[in-house]
Design a protein around this ligand. Structure first.
Ligand code: E4P
Length: 215
């Protein structure tokens, strides 16, 4: 399973990219708003840091508006993937993007049927939101498992991005459930790195090393 970062914060993206763990980036209107910067400038900067799919979300609600917006975003760089919400208008836009060779990531997916429709419309990626399902007492990981099973049975090539990741166990479980990608906030990546036994081990090695006689 590949790791994407779910942020519009360029410093976080740069930091994770330097570790060599990143295969892509996802953003959304809330994450972009949090940074208080020009969206296009942020996207351009991200394309210089990560060589992989970079999702940029449209905010229009009608297919014509989504396509206009998306085509402008796609012009920025070939790695830009247009993020489109799962609605009837969104599916029409995805279909039109697919015919033009523009990749899409269908977002706000909360059921296996929505994922199937997105794939059939021509989505390159679907993003089931596991954290937001967990928040309302539905099992987000069961959704990942169901989509992975359906895509496997029917040889559907659309990649599953486990989104709305809240903690490291979501990442482990999404990988076991068959997600192709997990898009993680920086804080989750940071918690994935850490283990108390690693810290203790380093401390002990350094303490022992300090007793070695120096020449
Ligand atoms: C996915 O691409 C979304 O940007 C994201 O994962 C949403 O996560 P949230 O539920 O933490 O807002």
């Amino acid at each position: 399973m590949k790791i994407f970062i779910d942020t519009a914060n360029v410093a976080e993206i740069r930091n994770a990219a330097e570790m060599g763990i990143l295969s892509g980036v996802t953003t959304n209107p809330s994450l972009v708003a949090k940074e208080g910067r020009d969206f296009i400038e942020v996207l351009k900067e991200i394309t210089t840091i990560v060589d992989g799919p970079i999702s940029a979300e449209v905010v229009s609600l009608d297919a014509d508006g989504m396509v206009d917006e998306g085509l402008r975003l796609a012009e920025i760089h070939p790695n830009i993937v247009i993020k489109v919400p799962l609605t009837a208008e969104g599916l029409k836009a995805v279909h039109r993007f697919a015919k033009k060779g523009v990749r899409t990531n269908v977002t706000l997916v909360f059921s296996a049927n929505q994922a199937l429709l997105a794939a059939r419309a021509g989505a390159s990626f679907v993003s089931p939101f596991i954290g937001r399902l967990d928040d309302i007492s539905f099992d987000g990981l069961t959704l990942i498992r169901d989509i992975a099973e359906i895509f496997d049975i029917h040889a559907i090539e659309t990649e599953i991005i486990a989104a709305s990741i809240r903690h490291p166990m979501h990442v482990t479980e999404a990988a076991k459930a068959g997600a192709h990608i997990a898009t993680c906030p920086y804080a989750v990546i940071d918690r994935m790195i850490k283990h108390p036994l690693t810290d203790q081990g380093i401390e002990r090695f350094l303490a022992d090393w300090s007793t070695v006689a120096k020449k």
